[in-house]
Design a protein around this ligand. Structure first.
Ligand code: ZN
Length: 339
C-alpha cells in the first residue's frame, strides 16, 4: 500500500512539472482528485488493510490528497501570473514613441464661403430659405418671364429630366414659389446648387453654387439694391470696396445690372487676375420684373422688389486666387487642406 501511494505521488509530481498552462493544471487536479481518480481508489481499498494498518495508511492517503490539492492550487496561481505577465508585456505601450498623425476634418471651401456669405445676409435681416434642385420648367423658366423660345430653355443649356422637369439652372426658382406662399415684406436669401449643360473647363462647370437673394415690399427702390450690394461686399471683404454697375439684361429683372468690384490685387490698375480691366464681375441683379411678381401673385402696382444672384465658386476663387473651378470637385487633399 505504501508503495502504491508513493508511485501516485511521483506520477503526480512528474505531470505537474511538465504542465505549462493553467488549463493543464486544472485537468491534472481533476485527474488525481476526481471521483474516478487514483486517490479515491486508494481510499476505497483502505477496507482491505488490517485494522492496525488502517489509521497510518489513511493518514498517508490524506496527506497525499492535501499535497495534490495544495500543489495544484499553487501551480495554477503561478501559471496564471505568468500568463498575465506575458499578456501585459505584449500589450506594453512605449509612451516615448511619436504618435500617429491624423488628418483634421474641416468644411469644404465652398461650405466655408457659403457660411460667411449667409452670416452677413442674416445680420442684414435676410432669412434663409431653400428651393428644390429638381424643379418644373414653370418655376425655373416660365414664372421668371423666360420667353418660350429663350435659348436658356434649350436642351443644349439645360439638363431636362423629362418634358416638364429639369435640374434648376439657377436658385431663382425660389422666387415665384415663395411669393405664392408668403405675403410681402419678403426678405430672403436662397443658397444652393445650379446646373448647366456646359463643357467643363477652368472657368465653368456643369454645376456650381449660387446665393439668390430678393426683397419685396412697398417702395423698394433701385437705390436700396445698390446699397444692399455695397454693404454686403464691404462686409464680405472686411474693407471698403469700390463697385461699378453696368446695365445688363436678364428676363426676370427690369432694369437689370451686372456689378463689378475693384480688383483687390491691382486696385483697378490692371493685372492678370482681372484680365487687365481692373474690375471683377461678381453679381447679376435688378428690379424684379412685374411679370415675375404677377406669377407669384404679388400686385406689381403695390409692391416692388429687387433680386440678385451671386456665384459662390467665383467669390471663393477671387478671395483666394484659385485659378481653376474644377479644383473644388476633385477632392485633392493638398488643395482642400489649405482652407
Ligand atoms: Zn487686377
Amino acid at each position: 500500500m505504501d508503495k502504491s501511494i508513493e508511485k501516485i505521488r511521483e506520477e503526480f509530481i512528474s505531470e505537474l512539472n511538465s504542465a505549462s498552462t493553467s488549463t493543464q493544471i486544472e485537468q491534472l487536479k481533476i485527474k488525481f482528485l476526481g471521483k474516478k481518480g487514483p486517490i479515491v481508489a486508494l481510499m476505497r481499498s483502505l477496507k482491505d488493510c488490517s485494522k492496525e494498518e488502517r489509521p497510518k495508511v489513511g493518514q498517508l492517503i490524506n496527506s497525499l490528497k492535501e499535497e495534490v490539492a495544495t500543489s495544484c492550487h499553487k501551480g495554477f496561481e503561478d501559471l496564471l501570473l505568468r500568463e498575465e505577465k506575458v499578456k501585459l508585456e505584449s500589450q506594453k505601450i512605449d509612451v516615448t514613441m511619436p504618435g500617429k498623425k491624423s488628418n483634421k476634418g474641416r468644411s469644404h471651401p465652398i461650405r466655408q464661403i457659403l457660411n460667411h456669405i449667409l452670416s452677413i445676409f442674416k445680420e442684414m435681416g435676410f432669412s434663409i430659405q431653400y428651393s428644390p434642385n429638381i424643379d418644373s420648367e414653370h418655376y425655373n423658366f416660365e414664372s421668371l418671364n423666360f420667353e418660350d423660345d429663350h435659348p436658356a430653355r434649350d436642351m443644349q443649356d439645360t439638363f431636362y429630366l423629362s418634358k416638364e422637369m429639369l435640374l434648376r439652372t439657377h436658385t431663382s426658382n425660389i422666387q415665384a414659389r415663395l411669393m405664392q406662399k408668403e405675403k410681402p415684406p419678403i426678405r430672403v436669401v436662397c443658397p444652393g446648387k445650379a446646373f448647366r449643360n456646359e463643357n467643363i473647363s477652368a472657368r465653368s462647370h456643369v454645376f456650381f453654387h449660387q446665393v439668390e437673394g430678393f426683397y419685396i415690399d412697398e417702395n423698394v427702390t433701385f437705390a436700396d439694391l445698390i446699397s444692399t450690394l455695397n454693404s454686403f461686399f464691404n462686409k464680405f471683404f472686411g474693407q471698403k470696396i469700390k463697385m461699378r454697375f453696368r446695365s445688363s439684361y436678364f428676363p426676370f429683372v427690369e432694369p437689370g445690372l451686372e456689378a463689378d468690384i475693384e480688383c483687390l490685387v491691382c486696385s483697378t490698375k490692371g493685372c492678370a487676375i482681372c484680365k487687365n480691366t481692373g474690375w471683377l464681375e461678381v453679381v447679376g441683379a435688378g428690379m424684379i420684373h412685374p411679370n415675375v411678381l404677377k406669377a407669384g401673385r404679388v400686385d406689381p402696382e403695390k409692391y416692388t422688389g429687387y433680386a440678385w444672384g451671386l456665384g459662390v465658386e467665383r467669390l471663393q476663387m477671387l478671395l483666394n486666387n484659385i485659378p481653376d473651378i474644377r479644383m473644388f470637385t476633385e477632392n485633392d487633399e493638398r488643395f482642400l487642406s489649405q482652407f
